[in-house]
Design a protein around this ligand. Sequence first.
Ligand code: GLN
Length: 235
Amino acid sequence: MCRHAAWLGAPRALSTLIQDPGHGLLAQSYAPRRQRHGTVNADGFGMGWYDAARAEPVRYRRAIPMWADANLPALAQVARAGCLLGAVRCATVGMPVEESATAPFTEGRWLLSHNGRVERDAVRALADGAESACDSAWLAAAVFERLRTGPDLGEALAEVVAHAGEKDPGARLNLLACDGASIAATVWGDTLFVQRHQDGVVVASEPLDDLPGWQAVPDRSLLLASPEGVRVQPM
Ligand code: GLN
């Protein structure tokens, strides 16, 4: 199981998800504290953020451990946005270790990450193709295909998780997606936490620090964060 984290609110640097907090994604890449499956997240990492210069998000991902990228800390310090997403990967047995299997996946305005695993046969029917044979890439393709036809982020995630979860009852399907103005996340077999701030919200697989305010989101729920606030509803 991988780890992911996102921010929605006043502009912040990506380092606030990665190396600034004591247990940010950098620490979680080698010493996650709440991970139920897998030990380290050394099979790749990625981050995505939004900039006025582009209609689509900027994405940076690599198939090496986060701690091995000496250029990352400075980049994460200056990459700032009101909507950020980062992920570190522990590849599921049998899945390829390659950049195209690494979150965040992206299409148009959307960024998506997956914690968990699913039988690929349970999602292949939902998309025409995926950029990698990795299960997460197929889930991302399925969500993007739906989003193209109109539903909002939360609806698209919920539909894909419901379908894949029915076909593969053992699947773990924690998805985290954003579009620059909102975040949607599912909790389906893995951990998810939310921390509300005065100027925004952090959504993360596990707390990034030991400060108060982290709330566990119950299993089988859909979290929606927008400038209006945070909502959690059962799935
Ligand atoms: N199954 C996905 C992969 O192989 C996600 C893995 C995970 O959550 N550890 O990348």
